[in-house]
Design a protein around this ligand. Structure first.
Ligand SMILES: [Zn+2]
Length: 239
């Protein structure tokens, strides 16, 4: 009898718990559905400001400006272009830092790059744009260039669109045109997503350095890369 009573009470408790769970699920389901839908339709772009922290990259021949600082300025302007159009932007850094990575000690650059790769793969973006400044022993070399991984057709196509935009900018500023070039870089091969490295100009060239330090030029550069990325997305969508 007592046993029966216990079972009856237990069954009642289970029934109440089930009813409560169903009510909770019913209340939650619209949010779950919304979350799934918005996740499916979100447009994520990763913007990677090259270098940072102890790794300043190259420096301008005129002013000694750090590549890492210019990379960050252009990356933030580029991010604003995407955010203004409703994209979700994941920045690999938003300040002057190097990242650490679990299990990698004694090689700060390697740890920093691994962390960036991890962020990219977690974000599952439509595109990855890594922003850098170039340097070359020949001071006359100038202009912006796009780089891609040779074995990635989507990255090659993306880089071609970006290079087309950069060539217009190069020509409008007394520079020259380039073809997008393949390169072997960790950031180009650490994820399956279309990725370009944009070398925005040569800090070994005084004219390029002057331009790259000019906030108005940085905005034009960011808009150029942004528009080229939209062109790439439109082309990929209609293919
Ligand atoms: Zn660099």
């Amino acid at each position: 009898m007592q046993k029966y009573t216990v079972n009856k009470e237990a069954a009642r408790a289970v029934a109440i718990a089930l009813a409560a769970a169903m009510i909770c699920l019913a209340a939650l389901s619209p949010f779950i559905v919304t979350a799934i839908v918005s996740r499916a339709s979100r447009q994520v772009v990763v913007i990677d400001a090259g270098h940072g922290g102890d790794d300043a990259g190259v420096r301008g021949v005129l002013t000694g400006v750090k590549e890492s600082d210019l990379n960050l300025s252009v990356s933030k302007l580029l991010g604003e272009c995407f955010e203004g159009c409703g994209f979700e932007v994941v920045y690999t850094r938003r300040s002057d830092v190097m990242h650490s990575f679990d299990g990698v000690t004694g090689n700060k650059k390697r740890a920093d790059m691994f962390r960036r790769g991890e962020m990219i793969n977690k974000a599952k973006p439509r595109a990855v744009i890594s922003v850098h400044m170039n340097f070359y022993e020949l001071r006359s070399r100038r202009g912006a260039q796009a780089f891609f991984k040779a074995s990635s057709p989507s990255s090659r196509q993306f880089a071609d669109f970006v290079q087309d935009g950069l060539n217009e900018l190069n020509m409008a500023n007394g520079g020259r045109t380039y073809s997008a070039l393949s390169a072997e870089k960790y950031l180009l091969s650490c994820s399956p997503y279309p990725t370009v490295i944009v070398e925005c100009g040569f800090l070994s060239n005084p004219d390029d350095e002057k331009n790259l330090l000019d906030p108005a030029y940085q905005i034009t550069l960011a808009r150029t890369i942004f528009q080229a990325t939209l062109n790439f997305f439109n082309c990929a969508q209609s293919a």
